[in-house]
Design a protein around this ligand. Structure first.
Ligand SMILES: Nc1ncnc2c1ncn2[C@@H]1O[C@H](COP(=O)(O)OP(=O)(O)OP(=O)(O)O)[C@@H](O)[C@H]1O
Ligand SMILES: [Mg+2]
Length: 207
């Protein structure tokens, strides 16, 4: 399966979710590949910070030819994750064209809900040519015991894509693990962040 993590809004958690989803897949025995399609190269930075063995390869490919190049690469893997750029441009469109599923991280704020309009439109443009393409929102940085995460999930229902049942909470483990090039699953394998990432993978891949 080819899953792109995209949203033109910056800082919503595309890279955080990409590296952790790829790690969860790799740790469950799947052959996973992470494609860094962001010219900022954050996923590549994450991998290069790491000491010791890598869990999965990270390939830098911030080019609008992704939709042509990814299928051949994907043939050697069970799952490919694409960490997208913070823009709506040809590169983002090419990344979407390469995907089976586009995961759209949204933070629990009305600004993020309104800003999702651009990425939704871009996915819908691609859907005209690729009817099997799916879009799915995921609430990221939800704050435990607050209603805003639920309110945002509710507001997102006005868009034509489903909202993942698993929300990702605001947790220091995400930033702390990334600082040493680790996933939350390695950082604290039984912790709440590891549990929610595994639940999200199950929801996305096994349905
Ligand atoms: N669930 C979370 N809990 C705590 N911190 C988070 C969470 N998700 C993301 N962050 C932090 O938010 C910041 C932005 O996350 P990230 O870099 O993953 O976003 P991005 O969408 O890839 O950004 P860009 O648009 O610049 O590529 C980082 O410092 C990251 O550690
Ligand atoms: Mg990023």
């Amino acid at each position: 399966m080819i899953i792109g993590v995209l949203n033109q809004k910056g800082g919503v958690g595309k890279t955080t979710l990409s590296v952790n989803l790829a790690a969860a897949l790799a740790l469950s025995g799947k052959r996973a590949l992470l494609i860094d399609a962001d010219p900022q190269g954050s996923a590549l930075d994450w991998q290069s910070t790491r000491e010791g063995d890598t869990l999965f390869p990270v390939v830098g490919m911030a080019k609008p030819t992704l939709h042509k190049d990814v299928p051949e690469l994907a043939a050697s893997y069970d799952h490919v994750i694409i960490d997208g750029p913070p823009r709506v441009n040809e590169l983002a469109k090419s990344a979407i064209m390469a995907c089976d599923l586009v995961l759209i991280p949204v933070q629990p704020s009305p600004y993020d809900v309104w800003a999702a309009d651009d990425i939704v439109k871009l996915i819908q443009e691609v859907m005209i040519y690729k009817a099997k393409l799916k879009g799915r929102f995921v609430v990221n940085r939800k704050i435990v015991n607050t209603a805003i995460g639920r309110d945002v999930a509710e507001a997102l229902r006005d868009y034509p894509f489903l909202v993942a049942e698993t929300a990702i909470n605001q947790r220091v483990a995400y930033a702390e693990s990334a600082a040493s090039g680790l996933s939350v699953l390695e950082f604290d394998s039984k912790g709440p962040a590891a549990r929610e990432i595994k639940a999200l993978v199950r929801e996305l891949v096994e349905e």
